[in-house]
Design a binder for this molecule. Structure first.
Ligand code: NAI
Length: 254
């Protein structure tokens, strides 16, 4: 077995699409055994099969990141099958229209859905991964946050707040578990072409505006983000915890 994640057991949430799918594929190529998880069962299964067809090791498990019982089942599954958990990528998240309205127009039920998918999910994943990682004396958690935890925008009060919570939780947990060899880091993608942004980017002018805001002159593909997640998950980042890896084409450097 070779590769930058050789021998590691990894869970990726939201693995059926976008950044999660690219991460599962890359992890598979780099020697990890990947548990692809998602609420989209058909999509997640297809990603698991693609990883396997490419010579990697993968399986699919349904996991709604907002449901604690699902987390318990997923971690139990990994420990039963592999006896260890080395990497968790908290990638699943929710955007879309209800996530993008300004503060005064936020509907409380939508706020709660967004917070559950983007913030509570990270807490639940961290909570359940830590005891599993402790068994083997370490591990790596990578949270997929967003530049919208760093800067504001015209809409998106709920989305910004949920990603801000994930950012703060990353730093807090990094401090809390560093002494146990468990590293907790985050990537902060800019504008990426995925299922989440497809409808938005199809609207007249939106994609062009985002390209104009990005010094490198394009929006990202999921494959631009996955290598950052790979680095933080791998032993190459063994002295890195609590860090914030921005992958945004220079957008927030302005
Ligand atoms: P995507 O929509 O292509 O993929 C998200 C995946 O998460 C989907 O497969 C979906 O089924 C899954 N998911 C949603 N709710 C879930 C739940 N409760 N439990 C389990 N799975 C669930 O979107 P994308 O862009 O790949 O999103 C991945 C992460 O990247 C998200 O956390 C998102 O907020 C973040 N992000 C995306 C950016 C973009 O421009 N696309 C920019 C910055 C961050």
């Amino acid at each position: 077995m070779s590769g930058r994640l050789a021998g590691k057991i990894a869970i990726v949430t939201g693995g059926a699409s976008g950044i999660g799918r690219a991460t599962c594929r890359l992890f598979g190529r780099e020697g990890a055994a990947v548990l692809v998880t998602d609420v989209n069962e058909a999509g997640g299964r297809a990603v698991g099969e693609a990883v396997t067809a490419a010579g990697g090791r993968a399986a699919f498990l349904p996991l709604d990141v907002t449901r604690e019982a699902d987390w318990t089942a997923a971690i139990d599954h990994v420990l039963r099958e592999h006896g260890r958990l080395d990497v968790l990528v908290n990638n699943a998240g929710r955007g879309g229209l209800p996530a993008r309205v300004p503060a005064e127009h936020v509907v409380l039920a939508d706020w709660e859905l967004i917070m559950a998918a983007n913030a509570t999910s990270v807490l639940l994943g961290t909570k359940h991964a830590i005891p599993a990682m402790r068994r083997t004396g370490g591990g790596a958690i990578v949270n997929v946050v967003s530049i919208y935890a760093l800067v504001g925008s015209r809409g998106g009060a709920s989305y910004h707040a949920s990603k801000g919570a994930a950012r703060a939780l990353t730093r807090a947990a990094a401090i809390q578990y560093a002494s146990e060899g468990i590293r907790i880091n985050a990537v902060f993608p800019g504008f990426v072409e995925t299922g989440m942004t497809a409808e938005l980017h199809a609207r007249p002018g939106v994609r062009e505006e985002r390209v104009a805001l990005t010094p490198l002159g394009r929006v990202a593909e999921p494959e631009d983000v996955a290598p950052g997640i790979l680095y933080l998950a791998s032993d190459e980042a063994s002295f890195v915890t609590g860090t914030e890896l921005v992958i945004d084409g220079g957008m927030t450097a302005r």
